[in-house]
Ligand binder design. Structure first.
Ligand code: PRP
Length: 180
């Protein structure tokens, strides 16, 4: 384990195993779908989860990305979520699956959900790698989530602190000295 880290919360093996289960559930949900689904990943944090999830999915899909930023270098929300880019895909009448790394306050996913639903998709579902239900500031719930975790700051598997640690293959907490 790297010296900045306090403890490993989820191992790479635990994550891989759960990803297979989640992907199976998603496959079952879309099995009778006649059209390819449109999977929209929320950059940057969801990039690692999305890469693993899509390689476990059998349902035919197209991939698109949207960039949303709310946290900057802080561990607390600083501003309302901002959508920083536009989709390349036409969402209307598509079966859309939004994928993010973490549902924390829920403000990011709610904002994106509300923007996408305006574009009249045939259906709209959400999948997150992590859920922190204690932190929620609205009634948003994901259709699929990998793990519920308590309210502690975690890094790795796409999640960062000040832009670092995203490439860790596991989820970990940081030593408090790293924040100070
Ligand atoms: C993180 C994460 C989620 C969002 C969740 O994004 O990737 O998108 O926060 O938080 P919320 O439920 O409280 O809105 P961040 O703004 O840190 O950008 P990043 O994806 O580039 O890490």
């Amino acid at each position: 384990m790297k010296p900045d880290l306090e403890k490993i919360v989820l191992s790479a093996e635990q994550i891989a195993s759960r990803n297979q289960e989640v992907a199976q559930e998603i496959d079952v949900h879309y099995q009778d779908c006649e059209r390819d689904i449109l999977l929209i990943t929320l950059l940057d944090g969801a990039i690692v989860f999305t890469a693993d999830l899509i390689r476990n999915l059998n349902v035919p899909l197209h991939l698109d990305c949207i960039r949303v930023s709310s946290y900057g270098n802080s561990t607390n929300p600083e501003t309302a979520p901002r959508i920083l880019g536009t989709l390349k895909s036409d969402v209307k009448d598509k079966h859309v699956l939004l994928v993010d790394d973490i549902l924390d306050t829920g403000n990011t996913m709610k904002k994106v959900y509300n923007e996408v639903v305006k574009k009249e998709p045939a259906s709209l579902k959400t999948c997150v790698f992590l859920d922190k239900p204690e932190r929620r500031q609205n009634d948003f719930q994901a259709d699929w989530s990998g793990f519920n975790i308590p309210d502690e700051f975690v890094v790795g598997y796409g999640l960062d602190y000040a832009g670092r640690y995203r490439q860790l293959p596991y989820l970990a907490t940081l030593k408090p000295s790293v924040y100070s």
